[in-house]
Design a protein around this ligand. Structure first.
Ligand code: HEC
Ligand code: HEC
Length: 292
């Protein structure tokens, strides 16, 4: 219960009391230290100055703009513009350069690699991995094994127009569904899957006939994958005779590929990112493992 008592000097501490008493406990008069108060007042003055100068209070529509007219959105845009201006001479040089000649110009190559690496991280890493290592169904870009060719302009074409999309220049690679479309029966598929494994020195699955599989292969697969299974860049048919697999080398995965077919999809990037960025990406990706 709050009571009042006459302010007096507290006998234990020697400090004045305020006269407020709660349940017999008297309040000592201990004001805030001066220095603290002054800092507190100074922050209030500062905040008023801040409202005047910078954008602050919301209004019914919009907000106070501040006399400086500063705005975080335009500030970012200006920073970006500054960055673009800084880069412009090199970007223009890259835009004018022959892609094959970029590697001969050390300064341009340095810039292009950094530019390409950044664009790769922003756009390509979700599917191909941060370092380009790929994943099941998403090709590894660091090895020298290319579905669509590893020459720099082949790589550039793949990036610019993508694979299996609506762009008129898109690459299109179709692995038919031999089982689902009833071109081959289960036994033929099991046999040819075993034969495919032997092309890269892997063991055939038990209870399959590799010889019969070789015949199935010769009759159905060589048009795209070639007689020795080395693949065809024009058709996007992967090399089946190396140790590199897009979907997997075990008998069950190969069987699944032949049974239901495959159709890789990759977006077209030129319209989205612009020709110069695509060139930088091609130079960067080529440096990872291009050649073949
Ligand atoms: C019309 C062309 C075509 C024919 C015919 C064809 N393939 Fe393919 N095959 C492809 C393409 C294109 C791919 C890659 C699909 C992708 O990238 O999604 C592929 C992928 C594969 C793969 C996956 C390779 C990997 O790295 O994971 C296997 C295995 C395969 N084919 C086996 C066969 C067999 C066996 C036959 C014959 C029964 C056959 N293909 C017939 C075009 C063809
Ligand atoms: C949505 C997933 C996805 C994204 C994002 C993506 N890719 Fe791809 N990319 C693929 C797939 C899937 C293939 C394989 C297509 C096929 O089966 O032939 C591929 C193939 C490629 C190839 C051809 C590889 C070869 O062996 O010939 C290159 C080069 C490539 N991508 C580069 C890029 C670059 C550079 C970017 C970023 C600008 C990018 N990709 C973004 C999915 C993607």
């Amino acid at each position: 219960m709050a009571e009042q008592s006459k302010p007096h000097v507290d006998e234990y501490t020697g400090v004045d009391t305020t006269g407020h008493v709660w349940d017999g406990i008297r309040e000592l008069n201990k004001p805030l230290p001066r220095w603290w108060l002054w800092i507190f007042y100074a922050t209030i003055v500062w905040s008023i100055g801040y409202w005047v100068v910078y954008p602050s209070w919301p209004l019914i529509t919009g907000h106070l703009n501040g006399v400086l007219g500063w705005n975080s959105r335009t500030a970012v845009l200006e920073d970006l513009k500054g960055l673009q201006d800084l880069r412009a001479p090199m970007v223009n040089r890259l835009a004018d350069a022959e892609i094959a000649g970029v590697a001969d110009d050390a300064e341009l190559l340095d810039f292009t690699m950094a530019f390409g690496r950044a664009a790769f991280g922003d756009n390509c890493a979700p599917c191909h991995g941060a370092g380009g290592g790929g994943a099941v169904g998403y090709p590894n870009l660091i090895d020298d094994d290319w579905i669509w060719g590893g020459q720099i302009d082949e790589i550039r074409h793949t990036i610019a127009y993508g694979v299996g999309n609506d762009h008129p220049d898109s690459r299109l690679g179709i692995m038919q569904a031999f089982g689902r479309d009833e071109i081959l029966d289960g036994e033929q598929i099991a046999d040819v899957a075993s034969y495919v494994r032997t092309l890269s020195g892997l063991e055939p699955a038990p209870d399959t006939d590799v010889e019969a599989g070789a015949v199935v292969f010769a009759e159905n697969c060589v048009d795209c994958h070639g007689e020795e299974g080395l693949g065809d860049h024009e058709l996007g048919a992967p090399n089946l005779a190396d140790a590199i697999w897009l979907f997997g080398s075990d008998h069950a995965t190969i069987t699944e590929t032949i049974q239901n077919g495959r159709q890789g999809n990759m977006p077209a990037w030129e319209e989205r990112l612009g020709a110069t960025t695509v060139t930088a990406l091609a130079v960067y990706v080529h440096s990872l493992g291009g050649g073949e």
